[in-house]
Design a protein around this ligand. Structure first.
Ligand code: HEM
Length: 256
């Protein structure tokens, strides 16, 4: 509320805001209700920050346990790193597939529910009364043998990829109500930021891995715990050591 008021005051004094953050854009476009503006800020912080950071935490953990996968991603980054931003991330199919398999195992929104406004009957005939909470469970969906097969527990990004006749790999989208969409909800309440989320995460992955290796700073045999909250977390965070990559340094210097 303090930030919203400060910005509103700035807008009143100067008639336009110099800052280009999301709140400034909302206020500049004529939003005046302070409570509504505060709700937007909170929902964007929850929706847009905690989710992508949760996904990336598990991504870097899984990558550290799967050097073969990391190798593939590094190759992809090397090929794409000279391209303009959107071009770079658009074709990062290996990274995209890795993010999808990460969120399959560790969905940032692990369970998502709604309250029935009225008595209703679900398509399968289940009767639900007004006031009942109906939830779906991306964490469970991502681990079902029926959908993923007996190797569901394996981190296997290639389950998201297919090869065309020319040998080029591309991403296989599944039925939107099967995956990846339950991770982002589906239908009218689908995540409005899902494309942006992938864009952001791929940029972070490419920016970090291009220069650094993320090494877990944990004892042998350490297994992280998944904490179920509004958004998921790794218990205690991910203790990591950041090592500079020597092999990619030359590439960066040439590019810069
Ligand atoms: C990996 C990252 C993300 C995941 C897994 C995710 C997941 C979700 C889910 C499950 C919902 C539906 C909540 C409900 O049932 O009402 C949702 C809604 C939403 N998300 Fe995301 N989200 C992510 C990133 C983002 C980002 C980066 C933004 C914004 C830049 C964003 C903006 C929103 C907004 C505005 C809604 C509310 C949509 C509505 O109710 O109409 N999300 N997200």
């Amino acid at each position: 509320m303090k930030f919203v008021r400060e910005k509103k005051q700035e807008l009143a004094d100067k008639s336009s805001l110099e800052s280009v953050d999301l709140l400034s854009r909302f206020l500049s476009s004529g939003l005046t209700d302070e409570n509504f503006a505060t709700d937007i800020v909170i929902s964007f912080i929850l929706a847009g920050r905690d989710t992508t950071s949760a996904a990336l935490t598990w991504f870097f953990w899984l990558l550290s346990k799967n050097p073969g996968v990391e190798e593939k991603i590094l190759k992809e980054i090397k090929v794409k790193s000279g391209l303009p931003v959107l071009e770079e991330v658009k074709d990062m199919v290996d990274t995209h597939a890795c993010l999808c398999d990460t969120m399959r195992l560790y969905p940032p929104v692990p369970v998502d529910g709604k309250t029935e406004e009225d008595n209703d009957v679900l398509p399968d005939g289940t009767v639900v009364k007004k006031g009942t909470i109906v939830a779906y469970h991306p964490y469970a969906i991502g681990r079902m043998v029926m959908i993923w097969g007996s190797d569901w527990a394996e981190f296997k990004p290639e389950r998201w990829l297919q090869r065309d006749e020319g040998g080029k790999w591309s991403f296989v989208g599944r039925d939107p109500y099967t995956y990846p969409y339950p991770v982002f909800q589906a239908g009218p309440r689908v995540c409005l930021g899902n494309v942006m989320a992938f864009l952001q995460m791929k940029r972070v992955v490419s920016g970090v891995l291009r220069r650094f290796k993320v090494v877990p700073a944990v004892e042998d045999g350490f297994e992280p715990s998944f904490i179920v909250s509004l958004t998921s977390k790794m218990k205690g965070g991910f203790p990591a050591r950041i090592e500079e990559r020597r092999d990619l340094k030359q590439l960066i210097m040439r590019r810069d």
